[in-house]
Write a protein that binds this ligand. Sequence first.
Ligand SMILES: [Mn+2]
Length: 239
Amino acid sequence: MTGPISYDHHRLVSDVIYADTKRSLANAEQAVRALLDAGTLPYILGGDHAITMATVAAYSEQPPMHIVHLDAHLDFIDERNGVSWGHGSPMRRSSEMSHVKGITTLGPRNMAAVSRKDWEAAKIYGSHVASLRTVRIQGAEASLRHISDGERVYVSIDVDAFDPPIAPGTATISHGGFSYYEVKDILRVVAQRFEVVGVDFVEVSPPYDPSGITALLAARTSLDFIGSIFHERARRRKA
Ligand SMILES: [Mn+2]
């Protein structure tokens, strides 16, 4: 195990082990390693955002990559109550991995939820952070201009990046989020310009949303994105 989570286990299991977060994360890491060994494009449906520190760790034997992270929050918490593997920490843990070249977080807002310490740590690390307002003003293209064409990119999408009226089924609501088309445009630019090497879509919690529109949005966005990724791959092969 090369990621931040180590746990002794002797068999390949990809299940979530109820009440054992560390073993669940170790299993997720192992499952993604198996997907990478098989030459597939891992598209991971969460789960809370803690899973990202495990799925990103699974790329440690691969060439370096960037992370493009869509979220209402920075997710750069070092530890809370002694827990360093919670769903507020995936980008902090990822920033500590040598195969992660950089992190771009798009969509944070209502920054009262972010402690100064975490904000400063993200800045010291060199995270590229564009608030929702900034992304909305400058557009998708400009928000990703700092990453070179053709770079390997892992995309982590927290459903709370979206506006709560269209994505109420999540635990950490933050008003004034992205619309469906704003995220679609960002992901289209990502697919056009970069080599997408993995994706996770996390924090969808159906019990909070009896209408089911949150899960439907996640499914729609994922199908659009997968379509864009493979469309662009085919276009590049022909070029
Ligand atoms: Mn998150």
